[in-house]
Design a protein around this ligand. Structure first.
Ligand code: ATP
Ligand code: MG
Length: 212
């Protein structure tokens, strides 16, 4: 049995065509089904639906053989035990630093001010500001980061941005680009060795279906 870990929403939707290329079709839609284990048209393949940030953990411990996870999530996880053979070029967005639109970020950095940074991505943020030589206090959040600067929780947020509409709607502006984000295929290292005859053809099919 091959178990593939996916998260609901954009990753599931954008992975469907890749699964199809590997001859795999989900028996149910996770948006309408409450099931967390979905069977597929193949007796030897099942899908599990987990939180986006939990995908690397399931694959690391071998509870899933394969998964699809954003680079944002992989960076925070650290990647231990994971083989990351393919950039799937899906769920693309950017990791950005953003502030209130009346906040002079350049001046604050120039003056060596200590910045309060609210984010879900503490590792990414820590590394980014350390590389710039900016001192920060990191405040861990689990969502709605845009609120931080509006209510005085933080000066700065580090968050994912795609269209920029959420920032705009909350009177925030992006001031620094940290990284381009897309999702990667992750594979449990032991599973790849033990089940290579089944997994390798899947990897080849995924690779052939990536839209550059
Ligand atoms: P949860 O909702 O469970 O807290 P999440 O918000 O990380 O998790 P999604 O919003 O489905 O879950 O995001 C899944 C992945 O998609 C992220 O890890 C990231 O790689 C990517 N992503 C997030 N936001 C965007 C976006 N606005 N546009 C494109 N890709 C995005
Ligand atoms: Mg989200």
């Amino acid at each position: 049995m091959i178990t593939i870990a996916l998260s609901k929403g954009r990753i599931f939707e954008e992975t469907l065509p890749l699964l199809k290329a590997a001859g795999i079709t989900a028996a149910e839609d996770p948006e309408s089904s409450r099931k967390l284990i979905l069977s597929t048209n193949r007796d030897d393949v099942r899908l599990i639906i987990v939180r986006a940030s939990d995908v690397p953990t399931y694959v690391q411990y071998g509870a899933a053989d394969i998964g699809v996870a954003g680079k944002d999530v992989l960076y925070e996880h650290g990647g231990a035990g994971l083989y990351q053979p393919l950039d799937l070029n899906i769920a693309r967005c950017r990791m950005m630093v953003a502030v209130r639109d009346d906040f002079d970020y350049e001046a604050a950095v120039r003056q060596g001010a200590r910045l309060r940074v609210a984010t879900k991505y503490v590792q990414t943020a820590r590394e980014h500001f350390a590389a710039k030589g900016v001192h920060v206090d990191l405040i861990k959040l689990y969502g709605s980061m845009e609120l931080g600067p509006l209510v005085g929780l933080s000066d700065v947020i580090v968050d994912l941005v795609s269209s920029g509409n959420t920032l705009k709607a909350n009177h925030l502006k992006a001031v620094e680009h940290i990284a381009d984000i897309s999702s990667r295929l992750v594979v449990n290292q032991a599973a790849l060795k033990l089940k290579r005859d089944v997994i390798q053809p899947m990897l080849d099919a995924f690779a052939g279906a990536i839209i550059k």
